[in-house]
Design a protein around this ligand. Structure first.
Ligand code: PEP
Ligand code: MG
Length: 539
């Protein structure tokens, strides 16, 4: 038995076989001896890539519909493009290079050309040509992305997991994950909490664990590889006990979130996808306090259209049966990257071109989303929330674009519902301007993950800084209190949707500050309810 330690993200036990995620960098040798042989290798790899894309197309048609699947058709067409093939052939024939070198170089050259075009559609093709070239290079070099489907449940072990990778995992089979890199405040850690699965970060992992039976012990911050029969029996009992405890919490369903002395607040849940709504309903959340809509973009190979987004928002609104659904507009950037946005590499992405900054400069992207949300508002109780706000000007500009969309839809005769408008308070600037901002919106939702990062000047992605990332820091708590006071002065309700909302050691503090809503991962809703119901604020 091997024991490796790490930092636990969620207290719990997971037992299953390990799937080691290899992210091999393709090894590209640039020269090759025989041009004819290299051309044949390219032809064979291309044929296999087309076969893979056809299989992906067939799967996507069934699972997501033809619109979503169309991207794989485009990829197949690109692979057959004469200019693309001519360039590869030329590099192999006249420069004596290997097939993989020729494909990689052609992919990069074409991507650069597409990216420099004015037409937005053509610009977006840069990511596609990179994608198909990587597929062919991986086939030629035997590199494996390791994200292939699996039949049985598994524990993922990986060097790191980016949000763009986690969206590719089959969540129904994911028991837990263990990574070497990653921080407790990263979106990958948030995913583990949202899914209620044990996860460890900062662990010295080994590829030799692949396929072996393991136990993640989230209580003791470790993973056991090939555990002894005794340990397996003990920890399996603990796992079953946890399930029973969770079942006990179910008795709190349908009960109000009210303290012993009568203070009642809303407890909502955070989601990233339609598939999370099941957990929200199962745990009896009063609404959705944060729909991280950027995950729709991360799931997609290209910009999701207005109609595609409308179908998703409508479904969520309908599934929630009239309960509040707060959709946060696109918060892409920083650690959440989708290739087709072609965002430039930045020195400080957390302080960079992201979220509302992209939306206010790319009205085409912003309007498609706003129109989709407004259209969905006719099917439930939908609210809109803007992220990363730092000024009143931004709120006014965002509201202006929203109003433009509303007028367009009215002119088109589309039925719309009432939509509350709110903003995330996740920058110190927003806290300082909270009174002015409160006059412009109906609600605030405090994003404690970023508010802590920006207040303490600590990169939430950097695991080395975890010991310094103190979300109980008095500066953060005072900012929360200040925001609540400023909001209430202007009839603006105030919630918390960052991870701190689920921290039951602070529930009493937040209630005493006057918080109106806590939006937490679905698995924490009943636990927060239990805490609220045990408090007596009159004492
Ligand atoms: C936050 O910053 O607290 C938040 C809820 O948003 P995200 O974690 O998606 O940045
Ligand atoms: Mg945030």
């Amino acid at each position: 038995m091997i024991v490796a330690t790490g930092k636990s993200i969620l207290k719990g036990i997971a037992i299953g076989k390990i799937k080691f995620l290899k992210k091999e960098q393709a090894k590209i040798s640039d020269t090759a001896g025989d041009a004819a042989a290299e051309l044949q290798r390219f032809e064979d790899a291309k044929a296999l890539a087309v076969e893979q894309l056809q299989a992906l197309y067939d799967k996507a048609v069934v699972e997501a519909g033809e619109d979503h699947a169309a991207i794989f058709e485009i990829h197949m067409m690109m692979l057959d493009d004469d200019d693309y093939i001519d360039s590869i052939t030329e590099i192999i024939n006249s420069q004596g290079k290997s097939a993989e070198y020729a494909v990689k170089t052609t992919g990069e050259n074409f991507a650069e050309t597409f990216a420099s075009m004015d037409d937005e559609y053509m610009k977006a093709r840069a990511a596609d040509v990179k994608d198909i070239s990587t597929r062919v290079v991986n086939i030629l070099t035997g590199a494996d992305t390791g994200l292939a489907d699996s039949d049985e449940p598994f524990i993922i072990v990986a060097e790191d997991l980016a949000p763009s990778e986690t969206v590719q995992l089959d969540k129904s089979k994911l028991l837990g994950f263990v990574t070497h890199l990653g921080s407790t405040n990263s979106h990958t850690a948030i995913l583990a909490r949202n899914m209620n699965i044990p996860a460890l970060i900062g662990t010295d992992i080994s590829e030799a664990w692949d396929g072996k039976l393991a136990i993640i012990d989230g209580y003791n911050d470790c993973i056991y590889i090939e555990p002894t029969a005794d340990l397996l029996e003990t920890l399996d009992k603990k796992r079953v006990y946890d399930l029973q405890q969770r079942a006990l919490l179910q008795e709190l369903k349908k009960k109000p979130n009210i303290t012993l002395d009568g203070t009642e607040i809303n407890v909502y849940a955070n989601i990233g996808n339609v598939s999370d709504v099941g957990m929200v309903l199962q745990n009896d959340a009063g609404g959705i306090g944060l729909f991280r809509s950027e995950f729709i973009y991360l799931h997609s190979e290209t910009f999701p259209t207005e109609d595609e987004q409308f179908a998703i928002y409508k479904r969520v609104a309908e599934m929630m049966g009239g309960k509040k659904v707060i959709i946060r507009t696109l918060d892409i950037g920083a650690d959440k990257q989708a290739d087709y946005f072609n965002l430039p590499k930045e020195e400080n992405p957390a302080l960079g071109y992201r979220a509302i900054r992209i939306c206010l400069t790319r009205h085409d992207i912003f309007k498609a989303q706003l129109r989709a949300i407004l259209r969905a508002s006719a099917y439930g109780t939908v609210s809109i929330m803007f992220p990363m706000i730092i000024s009143v000007r931004e709120v006014l500009d965002a509201k202006e674009v929203l109003e433009e969309c509303r007028q367009e839809l009215i002119a088109e005769g589309v039925k719309l519902g009432e939509v509350e408008i709110g903003i995330m308070i996740e920058t110190p600037a927003a806290v300082m301007l909270a009174e002015e901002l409160a006059a412009e919106v109906q609600f605030f939702s405090i994003g404690t993950n970023d508010l802590t990062q920006y207040t303490l000047a600590i990169d939430r992605q950097n695991p080395k800084l975890d010991p310094f990332y103190d979300s109980h820091h008095p500066a953060v708590l005072r900012m929360i209190e200040q925001t609540i006071k400023a909001g209430h002065k202007h009839d603006c309700w105030v919630g918390i949707c960052g991870e701190l909302g689920a921290d039951t050691s602070l529930t009493e503090t937040f209630l005493r500050m006057g918080i109106d809503e806590l939006s937490v991962n679905p698995g924490s809703v009943l636990n927060v309810r239990k805490t609220i119901r045990s408090l007596d604020l009159s004492k």
